[in-house]
Design a binder for this molecule. Sequence first.
Ligand code: GLV
Length: 324
Amino acid sequence: MTKRLPTSVLDELSARYAVEIWKDPSGPSAEEIALHAASCTAIISQPTDRVDAALLDRTPELRVVANVAVGYDNVDVPAARERRVIVTNTPDVLTDSCATYTWGLILAATRRIAEGDRLVRRGAWHGWAIDFMLGCELVGRQLGIIGMGRIGQAVAAKAGAFGMQVAYVPSRRGDREPLRAPDGTPYRPLSLDELLVTSDIVSLHVPLGPETHHLIDAKTLARMKRSAFLVNMARGPVVDEAALAWALREGLISGAALDVYENEPSVHPDLFDLEQVVLAPHLGSATRETRTAMADLAVRNVLAVLDGRSPLTPVPGSYPPQPR
Ligand code: GLV
């Protein structure tokens, strides 16, 4: 276990297996993981740990990597599959938490909440004024969701509460019927370009992979409305951070809110000077309840695999293992 976990099922795991927990909260280096996991049958990893072919070559006993996150771009799934190592993640338990946080970011950006907080703290507030720090309304506007998976759909489901219409980019498989809101209202399926051109808020919820790396770059940012806001709750490299800083500085878009960054915990320095971007420290799923549920699910996945049962939440392509 590469970091301590807030799990209630640890006792069950340690009663039956030898569990080594890395105590330093900054986590082990790649070399330290490889040394300590050399004879392990399971690794419980976090998004900050890289589980790649080089590591997997040094862990011949390994049967499962349980990643405590819904995203698993830190794990080389094809390399694990080749070595018959099952990879699991923690979907569902964090969906609502991430969707709620997305709305927090949308509100923070459009109503300038973080910016206002900074202003008050530095003693720069001189009282109520009719034209002071004006934001923009959400009602009647379009929320464009890129990545209409579990979290994207949960974000969309809350849009009605703010009077927003939802547009989304259908998955490649081609959804015949448009996805619908809980009250039956159909969402608008659009091409990526149509969505960028027409949306007032563009919210990213795609997994990171070769197809989504820098999906938002100078070219796509230039397609957005000048009044629009970008929200990134997916993974940092989905957005070209330097291009985003440029687009904000030049007024190509009105604002942004980021929970994730290209080189965490580093943030592109140009973003610090831009008041119109909200910078959050990767907190999408960060509630006590959700983080405990994620940790519990990861441990239960390990118990299932080591007990010879099916994992609860294997990532696509990881289970069942390939025949030898
Ligand atoms: C965190 O970013 C996650 O993927 O769960």
